[in-house]
Design a protein around this ligand. Structure first.
Ligand SMILES: Cc1cc2nc3c(=O)[nH]c(=O)nc-3n(C[C@H](O)[C@H](O)[C@H](O)COP(=O)(O)OP(=O)(O)OC[C@H]3O[C@@H](n4cnc5c(N)ncnc54)[C@H](O)[C@@H]3O)c2cc1C
Length: 298
């Protein structure tokens, strides 16, 4: 067992890596160590040898992530470059590595005429992130399609798992502790042919209704049962409200945009302000969907 700094790896290990480079909010403090393994073997032997008490955090592309300005202790693993396999396994089954972009999965499934799959095109993250979040859009959800999952644990051992081993809900997934997704097999349906037109229409709708050119993490809050967070935030008069460089989007009230070099603290304070104001105005307690991780600044 050794510290990350003392382990020989084939991939790239960087220290004090700004996570603002690896999050779609373009904000956040540094990772103590940021590891991009060269292969699954490299990853497995690193995990097998790493001190058990070193914190580990798995990163997709950071499209649902707020890393506090004090940064992330331990090691951030970014394995997306080595988990890129995407193949059709039989008539209905598709195998996808955790590093495959959801948009790529959607486009390939349209080519293969396997649906329903268009919804994946609306999720600007990886398959790994979509599995961790049960990401969904336009009426579809990741885990509705999961047939089996491949994971790696802290010792570097690989497991084949079944969906029954996970508890899956709206933007929430819990399963075996201290395991991360290497990939999944997805089952699509015989009589659902996806169309590029549908997919493009969905993406067009997003462009019209979401501030897509600006740094954000998509929807900040989960929708409460029977209502929409965006509606409640707008009704509370919060569109355009700013703290530091962070702003509630005028275009879509459930988006917080990094308008002007926002710190993660600005964003987190704005999230809390929105939550408290909506609670005061409408009595609804919103829960954030974005993952907030790391340490507060000293
Ligand atoms: C403009 C915009 C629009 C969006 N629209 C949608 C939408 O319509 N629907 C929706 O659901 N989401 C949406 N999102 C949010 C985001 O894209 C999804 O939550 C996505 O699934 C996150 O994937 P990621 O690869 O970026 O994960 P990250 O943000 O890097 O990580 C998110 C979480 O997943 C964990 N994780 C990542 N990879 C793995 C892995 N291999 N194994 C285990 N855990 C892992 C991380 O530890 C973290 O807890 C949007 C975001 C943006 C910026």
């Amino acid at each position: 067992m050794a510290a990350a700094r003392d382990l020989a790896v084939h991939g790239e290990m960087r220290f004090n890596e700004p996570m603002s480079r690896h999050t779609s909010w373009r904000a956040g403090g540094p990772a103590e160590a940021f590891f991009e393994p060269a292969s699954i073997d490299d990853l497995a032997s690193f995990l097998a040898e790493l001190d058990r008490d070193t914190p580990l955090f798995w990163h997709g592309v950071g499209s649902n992530l707020l890393v506090r300005d004090g940064g992330l202790p331990g090691v951030v693993v970014s394995a997306k470059k080595i988990l890129r396999d995407l193949e059709r396994l039989d008539q209905y089954l598709v195998g996808a590595g955790a590093g495959v972009a959801c948009t790529q999965l959607a486009r390939q499934c349209v080519r293969w005429e396997l649906g329903p799959s268009e919804f994946f095109a609306g999720i600007p993250g990886t398959v790994g992130g979509a599995l961790a979040m049960n990401a969904g859009a336009h009426g579809g959800e990741t885990w509705e399609r999961v047939e089996s999952i491949r994971t790696i644990d802290r010792r570097g051992e690989i497991h084949e798992r079944a969906p029954a081993e996970y508890t899956v809900g709206y933007r929430s997934v819990t399963g075996p502790a201290n395991e991360w997704f290497l990939g999944a097999t997805f089952r699509f349906e015989a009589d659902v042919i996806p169309s590029l037109e549908n997919m493009n229409a969905m993406l067009e709708r997003r462009k019209r209704t979401q501030p897509l050119g600006l740094p954000s993490c998509g929807s900040v809050f989960r929708n409460p049962a029977g209502d929409y967070s965006a509606r409640l935030i707008e009704a509370a008069g919060l569109k355009g409200y700013r703290i530091g460089g962070a702003e509630v989007s005028e275009k879509h009230a459930n988006f917080i945009i990094n308008r002007d070099d926002a710190s993660a603290t600005d964003i987190e304070e704005l999230i809390e302000h929105v939550r408290q104001t909506v609670l005061d105005e409408s009595g609804v307690s919103l829960t954030h969907e974005v993952r907030i991780v790391g340490e507060l600044p000293a």
